[in-house]
Design a protein around this ligand. Structure first.
Ligand code: AMP
Length: 171
């Protein structure tokens, strides 16, 4: 996965001092690398009966919708508060300062669904675990979680110990 890593831009002190922001825009700008990343994200799950890919706003939409397209399954967006127009279910979770929530349409998934959760990056794992809770609130099953980038030292994987976790690039 060193080929992919070369297309991740490290931006120091963004959005605030001390954060090393992992910018995926060079990767998505390169069609071959984007295809490689999407194929590698879904590869372990091609034999599983996934019915939907769920992606979190906003960079999860890029990789998640392409993964759903490649797998021939539904794509379901999890959105920031106040964006979805129809009936919603929501989950709140803590950020470094304060809290936020994610929302999903109540008819987006049901107990027949087996989900692959996709995001660009796992750091503390807070966003991903909240997303899994939201998926389960709708009665669906989380089969696995897949990330392009994992920040190993934050150990977000530990919060997701109930689930299979797959990531392509490690820092
Ligand atoms: P966390 O909930 O701490 O696992 O954070 C994951 C979410 O925050 C993902 O949706 C990422 O897109 C974003 N994120 C967290 N840390 C970074 C980082 N260093 N660079 C880019 N995105 C990040």
């Amino acid at each position: 996965m060193d080929r992919l890593k070369a297309y991740i831009r490290n931006v120091p002190d963004f959005p605030k001092p001390g954060i090393q922001f992992k910018d995926i825009t060079p990767l998505v700008k390169n069609p071959m690398m984007l295809r490689l990343a999407v194929h590698q994200l879904i590869h372990p799950f091609l034999g599983e009966e996934i019915t939907a890919v769920v992606g979190m706003e906003a960079r999860g939409f890029i990789f998640g919708s392409l993964a759903a397209w490649e797998m021939g399954v539904s794509f379901v967006p999890l959105r920031k508060p106040g964006k979805l127009p129809y009936d919603i279910q929501s989950v709140s979770y803590d950020l470094e300062y304060g809290s936020t929530s994610l929302e999903v349409h109540t008819d987006a998934l049901d107990s027949n669904d087996k989900v692959l959760l996709v995001d660009d990056l796992i750091a503390t794992g807070g966003t991903a675990v909240a997303s899994c809770q939201l998926i389960e609130k709708l009665g669906a099953e989380v089969c696995a979680c897949a990330f392009v980038i994992e920040l190993d030292e934050l150990n977000g994987r530990k919060l997701l110990s109930k689930y299979q976790v797959h990531s392509l690039i490690h820092y």
